[in-house]
Ligand binder design. Structure first.
Ligand code: SF4
Ligand code: SF4
Length: 206
């Protein structure tokens, strides 16, 4: 739910400007590489539950994009036939300005809540790879996101165990020498060095 501009997204201002000049804007990663489709933290789900029309997180994300009259095409990566069917059905139900003011207020509060949780907008695109030091950046950020979403210590410990079992020591955040090469390539403008530094502590064994 990007409204500000970055290297990859024109933001709301850029979108409106392009439309005013007759340019079509194709929106990529409407679900943030699937991040917005996974089970949300319970505080986020509680906000979604306030909506009059119940929707899945993926539907909220897609409808929010389709809600913009300036958007003619949305590209969403799909890995399974069920996702193709769901996306087509949502596109079929969508139309510009379909979300009510109350819906938009709910979306804004969800966005705030995700930001409070430290949501990392890594889409897993891998453009930052390979890291010259072998750091598995997208994998680490994915585990970091999971830990930030986890609401209880037991769940957090399970994620940390899985991280340590999955990512070899030489490819973990500790191997980063902060050269910055990856940040130049990240279309999401993520502060990868700072995130890895935080991930290192958040994912250390208990
Ligand atoms: S800043 Fe760290 S993670 Fe990024 S390319 Fe350099 S060593 Fe790899
Ligand atoms: S380039 Fe950025 S968004 Fe893409 S995988 Fe790397 S950190 Fe994530």
């Amino acid at each position: 739910m990007d409204t500000e501009s970055s290297r990859q997204t024109p933001g709301t201002t850029g979108l409106k400007y392009a439309a005013s000049r007759g340019l079509a804007v194709v929106v990529m990663e409407p679900i943030k590489g699937g991040l917005l489709a996974v089970t949300p933290p319970k505080e986020v789900q509680a906000i979604w539950d306030e909506a009059e029309v119940k929707r899945s997180p993926a539907e909220w994300a897609l409808l929010w994009v389709w809600n913009h009259p300036e958007v003619p095409v949305v590209l969403s990566g799909m890995r399974a036939m069920e996702q193709v069917i769901e996306n087509v059905q949502i596109a079929d139900r969508s139309e510009p300005n379909i979300l009510t003011p109350k819906d938009l207020e709910i979306v804004a509060r969800v966005r705030e809540k995700y930001l409070q949780h430290g949501f990392i907008g890594c889409t897993g695109c891998q453009y930052c790879m390979p890291c010259p030091q072998g750091v598995r950046i997208p994998g680490i950020l994915s585990f970091f996101n999971e830990v930030l979403r986890a609401s209880d210590p037991q769940r957090r410990n399970e994620i940390i165990e899985r991280y340590n079992a999955t990512i070899p020591q030489e490819n973990r955040a500790e191997a980063c020498i902060r050269c910055g090469t990856c940040e130049e390539k990240c279309p999401q403008n993520l502060p990868i060095r700072r995130l890895l530094s935080n991930a290192r502590w958040a994912l250390r064994p208990p």
